[in-house]
Ligand binder design. Structure first.
Ligand code: TXA
Ligand code: MG
Length: 315
């Protein structure tokens, strides 16, 4: 079957209330018709995701946003014209047509337009917005290839294979407030990038009733302990039992397995390779995963955020 035929069939499944895994530029998503609560419930079931963790809705055209949100903020158009299609999710007041199951009962909804031709075509042909979390079991490492999806979600009926994703980590999530924006999850679109459009303004309200992976301490957990050099690495760990994920060059030859994120020390390339490196180490015969930290500037902030959450259980 050609890819176009597969997309057509996948869109048919979405319209029938079934699930489809599909590539975006960030990570693979597990999609359902966002306006069909029963279809959306299947996402939570397959991912074993707690119902308090809301989903992002994916759209294919800026006009698709209006029915989903309550009132239009001019700043949304401004941000969309700069960053969409692309890895920026905006959290906005939701309209009544968005089912509560999508937003976990929150009055807001996260929306983005992915920059991937397969994703955009799937949404268009499905003729509905598609809610999709990353296509992994809850709390585990996000998938950047179709094979990663099949490994964690063997029962998904349809996986559209778009090869490796070219951003590699999930979208930046922001919410707007009267003064500007606040980052709920870091990604490759950085605070500085967004500040060129809107002033940065973290909200002063503590403990809001919102939850983003930016706010849970443990996430992206591999199936074996992961340690960060200089932060959580135990002393006297037998390096022969470890695989190392290095930043740009191998710190030592002692490790059993190794993966270099970017020989050019390019943080964008590190982001692309990060989850694939962790998936590789999950599959290799090593007992521990050791990771070298990357510089915490620009995209490095999002990378270290993912790594600390992956390491959290193993402090
Ligand atoms: O790049 C991405 O964003 C990928 C691809 C598939 O688009 N999706 C993704 O979805 O990472 P997920 O579900 O794994 O992470 C989205 C996070 C949720 O964990 C949730 O905490 C946050 O977005 N979120 C969604 N709606 C929200 C809302 N109304 N308020 C605050 N956070 C929200
Ligand atoms: Mg996720």
């Amino acid at each position: 079957m050609t890819l176009n035929e597969q997309i057509k069939q996948a869109a048919e499944l979405i319209r029938m209330g079934e699930l489809v895994a599909f590539p975006t530029e960030t990570v693979y998503g597990l999609g359902a018709n966002a306006l069909n609560p029963l279809a959306v419930a299947k996402i939570f079931e397959m991912k074993e995701r707690p119902s308090f963790d809301p989903l992002i809705i994916h759209i294919a055209h800026i006009n698709d946003i209006e029915p989903l949100i309550n009132g239009m903020d001019e700043r949304v158009h401004k941000l969309a014209s700069v960053f969409w299609p692309g890895p920026l999710t905006m959290v906005l007041p939701k309209s009544d047509i968005v089912p509560d199951i999508v937003t976990s009962g929150l009055p807001t909804v996260g929306i983005r337009m992915p920059n991937n031709p397969i994703a955009l075509e799937l949404i268009k042909q499905s003729q509905c917005p598609i809610s999709a979390p990353s296509a992994n079991k809850f709390g585990r490492v996000s998938p950047t290839t179709a094979q990663h999806v099949a490994k964690q979600l063997p029962h998904v009926m349809c996986i559209l294979d778009g090869g490796r994703t070219h951003v590699g980590i999930e979208s930046t999530i922001i919410s707007l407030n009267p003064e500007g924006f606040e980052i709920l999850r870091h990604g490759v679109i950085t605070q500085e990038d967004i500040e060129k459009v809107l002033p940065y303004s973290p909200s002063t309200i503590q403990n809001q009733a919102i939850l983003a992976p930016g706010m849970v301490k443990s996430h992206y957990s591999p199936n074996k302990p992961l340690y960060i050099i200089g932060e959580s690495l135990p002393e006297n760990l037998n390096t022969k039992k470890c695989g190392i994920i290095a930043f740009s060059k191998l710190p030592s030859q002692e490790y059993k397995e190794y993966f270099v994120l970017s020989e050019k020390s390019d943080l964008r390339e590190c982001a692309v390779n990060l989850f694939a490196a962790i998936h590789r180490m999950e599959e290799q015969p090593v007992e521990f995963i050791v990771v070298e930290p990357v510089p915490e500037i620009g995209i490095g902030i999002a990378i270290m955020d993912r790594l600390r959450k992956a390491a959290y259980r193993y402090r």
